[in-house]
Design a binder for this molecule. Sequence first.
Ligand SMILES: Cc1cc2nc3c(=O)[nH]c(=O)nc-3n(C[C@H](O)[C@H](O)[C@H](O)COP(=O)(O)OP(=O)(O)OC[C@H]3O[C@@H](n4cnc5c(N)ncnc54)[C@H](O)[C@@H]3O)c2cc1C
Length: 426
Amino acid sequence: MTDTSNTEGKTIETEVVIVGAGPAGCVLSYLLARSGVDTILLERQRSLRREFRGFLFQPLVLRVFDQMDMLDRVLTLNHTEVRDIEVEVYGRSYPIMSLEAAPGPYNYALLMEQPSLLQALIDEASQFESFSYHSGMPAADLFHDGNQVVGVHATDREHNESVTIRSRLVVGADGRYSTIRSAAGIDPGLFESTLELLWFKLPASTIDKPVLAKVGPSGVLLSFGLGGGEAQFGWSIEKGSYPQLRERGIEWFHEQLISIDSELAEVLPNQLTDFDQCSLLHIEPGISDEWTRDGLLLVGDAAHVASPVGGQGNGMAIQDAVVAHSVIVTALDQTEGTLSNHALERYEWIRRPAVEEVVRFQRRAERPFSGFVKYGATVPDTLKRPLIRSFFWLISRTPLPKRARDTFMWGPSPVDVNTMHFSKTN
Ligand SMILES: Cc1cc2nc3c(=O)[nH]c(=O)nc-3n(C[C@H](O)[C@H](O)[C@H](O)COP(=O)(O)OP(=O)(O)OC[C@H]3O[C@@H](n4cnc5c(N)ncnc54)[C@H](O)[C@@H]3O)c2cc1C
C-alpha cells in the first residue's frame, strides 16, 4: 500500500479495496489478508454498533469459520445455539426442523449480534500487515479509467478529507442500498414483496426459545434470542400500512402483539413505549444482472438483496466471500493491472445458480405468509385457528424431506475455503 497527499486530498494505492464491513466484506477481508493480498476495508459508519438485520447464522457458516480457524474465537462471543426450529400457532407448538438430528459437528445454527463477530474478523485480519481498516470513511463514487473501474472516491469523515483509493479491484460489499452498485449503474433487480417488518427489541427474559415464529389473531411475530440481555422481535405488516398503524397508537400496537403472545402484556407498557423504538424494514429480495465488470466485483446483498425468509442472507453473503477469495487471489497472481471481467466471471458462474435457487424458495415461501397477513383479519378466528393448526400439524407429522433440511443447513451448493492460498502468510 502507498500513501500520497496533495491539496486535492489523499491518494492510496492498494491491490483490493472492499467497500462495506458487513459479513461479506469482513470475511473477504480476512481471507485476502491471510492470503497476503494488499487489502483496504472501508466502512461508512464510525462504529460497528448499528441497527442490524440478520442474527441467524446457518451451519454452513460454522463450517466456513472452522476452515478459516475462526470458529473457536467466534464461540467465545455471546451467542445462542439453535438446535430445533418450531412454530407456535395460537399457543400450541409444532416442531418444524431438527438440526440436531443431522450428523455433527456443525448440526446447530448460531444466533448472535453482529458487532462482536465483525470486530473479531477485523481484529484477526489486522494481524496481517497487508490489511487496513478505515471506519467513518464512506465510498461516494467509483473511479474509472475508460471503461475500467480503477478505484473509489471516499471521504475521511474524521479529517474531513477526500480520499482516492486506486486499486486493481473494487469489491462492492455495501449491502442492500449499495452505493457501489448504483455508481456502476447496475439495477438491484428487486422482486415485488407485499410485506414489511416492524423490528424492535425487548429484554431477553421475554422469550423462552432461541428462535420462534408465533402465529395468532393479528399475524406472525418472530423472536430471536441474541445471547445477551436483549431479544429481537419482528412483526410482519402489509407493505405501506405503517403510517396508518402509527396513527392507531402504541396501545393498539401492544394489543395486536399481546393477541399473539399474551406473556408480552407485562413487558410492553414499560419496555415499548414509543414507535421510535421500532425500525421499519423492507424485505423484498432481488438479484442484480451483473456481478462483475473490469475492476469491479459485487458480493452479498450488493449483488443479490436477501429477504429474511429462512435466515439465508448472511450465509449467502459469506459463501460469496469464500468463492470470491479464491477467484480474486488466482486472478491477482495470473494477470497484471486491473482484474478483467473475464478473470472474475468464474465467481458469478459458481454462485449465481445457488443464489437463484434460494431466492426462488424465499419468494415461494413468502406467498402464503403474505396472504395471511393481508387477508387474515377478514377471516374469523374460529375458522382461521383450526385451519392453520391443521396445516402445521401436517407439516410437523411429515418428516421434513432431508433435502429441505440440507438446503437450510448447507445451501444448494456448499462451498469450501481455498486454504492453499493461506500458505503465503503461514
Ligand atoms: C428484516 C431482515 C432480517 C434478516 N434476518 C436474517 C437472518 O436472521 N439471517 C440471515 O442470514 N440473514 C438475514 N437477513 C439478511 C441479511 O441481513 C443480509 O443478507 C446480510 O446482512 C448481507 O450481508 P452483507 O455483508 O452483504 O451486507 P450488510 O450486512 O448490509 O453490510 C453492508 C455494510 O456496508 C456498509 N456501507 C454501506 N454503504 C457504504 C458506503 N458507501 N461506504 C462504506 N460502507 C458502506 C454498511 O454500513 C454495512 O456495514 C435479514 C434481512 C432483513 C431485511
